[in-house]
Design a protein around this ligand. Structure first.
Ligand SMILES: Cc1cc2nc3c(=O)[nH]c(=O)nc-3n(C[C@H](O)[C@H](O)[C@H](O)COP(=O)(O)OP(=O)(O)OC[C@H]3O[C@@H](n4cnc5c(N)ncnc54)[C@H](O)[C@@H]3O)c2cc1C
Length: 567
């Protein structure tokens, strides 16, 4: 299956929908105007199409494995990682002083998504390094930054993120890994971590683990957690990988999908580590990495959705069944419905992803608190809606294939199996939704209402050219406003939590209408206007049932006793 990175889609979105011009108009990002970004996207797209996409099946058919304690990666993955490193794609938004390109995160987000569409399991490796680079940049000592950042950015070394333990998943504060001061400025880290993505590989000369652990005087819960950098090989006096550290990969998980990405059980036995950030300030440092990773994982969902869509379209164009104008199933109305829904939701989720990245760039460039609030608000939506969309599209992709979708040789199922985990890791989508209706509404809904106002303003402007579509978006937005008012008025947080998932999805649906409307205005008479009409007429109305669900409170969800649930 050939993959074509959606470069022109990105160009259109950046230039017409999410206001990339505001980013490149800042001093901070003045060196990345639209034409430069186009050149970058084209270059990255070429690598995705030619180098990464051919590796996608390898990861599934020949997963990573352990051989006498040595991790062997899937065929071709070492070359793929080399191409990503040599292209500079790991350090796209990293500081120039350490060898990065200092590009806007908006551009990095687009490139990450294209790489995910080409080969999701390999793309997770640079994504992990990018998160680590950002955490070190903001929280590590100068000595650590000088030694580690250039090597992580060139891809000579790779990064991982170690939070999860058997008893500490969503509840990170329950972790029991320990760190004892060695008396020389280093710490001895001991504990077991599970589900560690790319916990090892055979293509980087060192693997650097960011590990959450508790110091002897660390209080229980998240407040007592510290963050440590624990490399596989201890750097020698010249900064080269030296003695092996006291850590190992115990085993690899057998997973539903994403087989090319080794998911490791890691054992630390008094391994030497360096503190990153403050003592007991581990969660603050880790949040830097997690926010970056949440946006990145949202992009994984959209990317995988793109791959699944392209795969399904090729099949639909070739498969002959029944009488249609073209002779192929693509002209059956129900198959068209599936393809249109896939395409319309890809557009919506990609626009939300980019809008979130754009807000982060504006926050970086201006330091304005409104941009910070907008970025924080959009992050859980970009993560949850991006990944749910990838899952839904890849599941629909299986359906487009009919029986062949259920047969592994067609490759349709791989997209679904691979992307399924994205709704689970980096904070499940349930946890993202709770974050949206609780922490992100601690301002009494101010950030949400500012965004709602903006959506309505665009709808008002669109009335002149697209009265029906504009009215639908405006009405949906009013319903969203009422639901948001209801949510912030609830005193019992359980009443918010019970409807958090449908609320997040409804918000994303309305945002999708907002961005589709912008596309329609920019492409009057063109295909994007037609796609917008499809979305606004047929998919946006879903917001109504979602909002009814969101405002129903917790009572109903607890209506059945545990016995009745089992009965
Ligand atoms: C392939 C893969 C790769 C991974 N990579 C990494 C990695 O690199 N590093 C790392 O540290 N971890 C990694 N993880 C772990 C991942 O982040 C966790 O699986 C995830 O955070 C969920 O934790 P859990 O599995 O313990 O589920 P649980 O926390 O047990 O959740 C089970 C269910 O309960 C819900 N739930 C839990 N708590 C609450 C709550 N307070 N309110 C409402 N609902 C709740 C969840 O939403 C979920 O539906 C990976 C996992 C997988 C499968």
């Amino acid at each position: 299956m050939t993959f074509r990175a959606p470069v022109s889609e990105y160009e259109f979105l950046l230039n017409n929908v999410v206001g990339y011009g505001d980013v490149s108009a800042t001093d901070r990002f003045a060196e990345a105007p639209s034409d430069v970004v186009s050149a970058i996207l084209n270059e990255a797209g070429k690598m995705c199409d030619e180098v990464l996409a051919p590796l996608q099946r390898n990861g599934d058919l020949t997963p990573a494995y352990l051989e006498n304690g040595v991790l062997r990666t899937s065929p071709g993955f070492a070359d793929g990682f080399k191409a990503i490193s040599e292209g500079g794609w790991i350090g796209m938004s990293a500081p120039e002083e350490y060898g990065g390109m200092a590009l806007p995160l908006t551009v990095a987000t687009a490139v990450n998504e294209m790489m995910a569409g080409a080969c999701l399991s390999l793309q997770l490796a640079p994504l992990m390094s990018q998160g680590q680079i950002e955490a070190l940049e903001h929280h590590a000592s100068d000595a650590i930054k000088e030694l580690y950042l250039p090597k992580l950015i060139t891809g000579e070394w790779s990064g991982t993120m170690n939070l999860t333990e058997p008893q500490a998943g969503s509840d990170v504060g329950a972790l029991s890994s320990k760190a004892e001061p060695n008396g020389d400025g280093t710490y001895a880290v001991t504990g077991q971590k599970i589900f560690i993505s790319w916990g090892d590989n055979d293509f980087c000369e060192n693997v650097c683990h960011l590990v959450l652990a508790r110091l002897p005087d660390g209080v229980p819960g998240t407040k007592g957690i510290s963050l440590f950098l624990v490399p596989k090989f201890l750097p020698d006096a010249d900064g080269k990988p030296g003695k092996a550290n006291d850590l190992k990969v115990v085993s690899l998980e057998h997973k539903m999908g994403l087989h090319g990405s080794p998911t490791c059980v890691m054992q630390y036995d008094g391994a030497t580590g360096w503190l990153v950030g403050e003592e007991h300030g581990g969660m603050a440092a880790m949040f830097t990495m997690m926010n970056n990773a949440r946006l990145g994982v949202g992009g994984q969902g959209v990317g995988a959705g793109e791959g699944a869509y392209q795969h399904a379209l090729v099949y639909a164009l070739e498969r002959k069944q029944g009488k249609t104008a073209s002779g192929s199933i693509v002209d059956h109305a129900d198959v068209r419905r599936m393809l249109m829904e896939m395409k319309a939701d890809l557009f919506a989720s990609r626009a939300i992803l980019l809008a979130c990245a754009q807000a982060i760039d504006m926050q970086t460039a201006t330091g304005e608190k409104d941009w910070a609030a907008r970025a924080a608000f959009l992050t859980p939506i970009a993560k949850a809606f991006g990944t749910d969309t990838g899952i839904r599209i890849s599941e629909t992709g299986v359906q487009v294939h009919g029986g062949m979708g259920f047969i592994e040789e067609s490759g349709a199922a791989q997209y679904y199996r691979d992307v399924r985990v994205t709704a689970i890791y980096e904070g499940t989508n349930g946890i993202q939704s709770m974050d949206l209706v609780a922490r992100k509404m601690m301002d009494g809904g101010e950030t949400a209402f500012a965004l709602i106002d903006e959506i309505e303003e665009r709808a008002e402007r669109a009335r002149a050219t697209h009265p029906n579509m504009a009215e639908s978006v405006w009405q949906a937005c009013e319903s969203l406003r009422e639901a948001t008012e209801w949510l912030v008025a609830q005193e019992d947080i359980q009443d918010r939590f019970a409807g958090a998932v449908p609320y997040l999805r409804a918000f994303a649906r309305v945002l999708g209408g907002h961005y589709h409307l912008a596309a329609a205005m920019a492409d009057q008479g063109g295909p994007r206007e037609k796609l917008a009409r499809f979305y606004i007429t047929r998919m946006l109305p879903e917001h109504a049932s979602l909002l009814a669900h969101a405002q129903a409170g917790a009572g109903g969800t607890f209506a059945l006793s545990l016995d009745e649930l089992a009965g």
